[in-house]
Design a protein around this ligand. Structure first.
Ligand code: SF4
Length: 337
């Protein structure tokens, strides 16, 4: 669904005042009206025009998978404009959080070695509307349960900073109190380490969260797992995150996927501890969800030992509880099928 600015532009072109855009957004987001013809506050001529010319959603549901307990729902969408497929996941946590994991691209050209999306290659960037509509779909889906979406994470298909402009427009739309009204602090951008994107984010007047997929504390190993590290080496990445912390006073989350025998050795936990010691950060150790790659998840004991070593460096660390494996909806498992 288009944002406030775009609706105002459309309405001005067809001779309607800007306040109609506010009325329209109010109907969708506060009254749950998902059909232009039902928006009785709008003039009939405008309703007819919208119904004919402006699709409410830019994506459509193709396939839905839900875990038996209903806590995770994965949806495969087709884009209206060219049929390209993307996936999104809703996670309903016991503490009341309702988090949508959105895709920002069709495929991804970062090609992380352990990632299902990375294996499918890059197709195209999503528009801000296609990104935000993944959240709108779940808002409309949950409206009968009166469950608002509380968090949005850009951790689905794609590298958000390789689609910076559209991602930031989607973030502003999601944060807009007239529309989605998701708090900026509840929106997290997750990057594989695109340094210019981190530096640009520092300049934005938005308090969104930053997560960096680190996965290795040494340049060689990181290059192997996250090939973009050749272009943006670890030293540059660390300089960028330190600058981010210094200038925004916000914490960085480092994601570290646990791969058996690859990046889970005690010596690497010590290296990671030395790298991050004293930083305003948090490390998420992510048990790997096996996809069609050569990698396997670390043993539970190896993850616990890794965590304990990091703690000796006073680096805040948690092991992520992974939801949705049974329906291939967990981290790194989104492809398009
Ligand atoms: S982990 Fe993220 S950045 Fe890496 S290939 Fe997969 S989608 Fe792209």
């Amino acid at each position: 669904m288009k944002d406030y600015k775009e609706f105002v532009e459309i309405f001005e072109r067809v001779g309607h005042p800007p306040f109609r855009a506010r009325q329209l957004l109010n109907d969708v987001f506060n009254r749950g009206v998902a059909d232009f013809r039902e928006m009785k506050n709008l003039p009939v001529s405008l309703r007819d025009f919208l119904d004919e010319k402006v699709p409410l959603l830019s994506i459509e549901e193709k396939k839905v998978s839900v875990t038996p307990d209903g806590s995770v729902k994965k949806v495969l969408f087709g884009c209206q404009k060219d049929g390209k497929k993307i996936e999104s996941v809703l996670m309903r946590f016991k503490d009341g959080r309702r988090t949508v994991c959105v895709s920002s691209q069709v495929g991804c050209n970062v090609k992380c070695k352990f990632c299902a999306t990375g294996q499918m290659g890059f197709k195209r960037n999503l528009t801000y509307e296609e990104i935000a509509d993944q959240v709108l779909y779940f808002i409309l889906d949950l409206k009968d349960y009166s469950e608002p979406i509380t968090n949005v994470v850009f951790m689905g298909m794609g590298e958000p900073f390789n689609n910076y402009e559209e991602v930031m427009r989607a973030v502003r739309h999601l944060n807009d109190a007239r529309a989605f009204n998701v708090g900026a602090r509840n929106i997290t951008l997750s990057t594989s380490g695109i340094v210019p994107g981190i530096l640009s984010l520092i300049e934005e007047d938005l308090q969104v969260g930053l997560a960096v997929s680190l996965h290795a504390p040494l340049q060689d190993l990181r290059e192997e797992l996250v090939p973009i590290a050749k272009k943006y080496p670890l030293t540059d990445l660390m300089e960028a995150t330190q600058k981010y912390i210094r200038e925004t006073h916000r914490r960085v989350t480092y994601e570290y996927v646990m791969l058996a025998g690859v990046n889970d050795k005690p010596v690497l936990a010590h290296e990671l501890g030395k790298l991050l010691k004293g930083q305003l950060c948090h490390v998420n150790l992510i048990p790997y969800n096996a996809t069609d790659t050569i990698y396997r998840c670390s043993r539970k004991k190896a993850i616990e030992d890794f965590k304990e070593i990091l703690e000796t460096y006073r680096v805040p660390v948690t092991v992520r509880v992974s939801l949705g494996q049974g329906i291939d909806a967990a981290c790194g498992q989104l492809a398009n099928g």
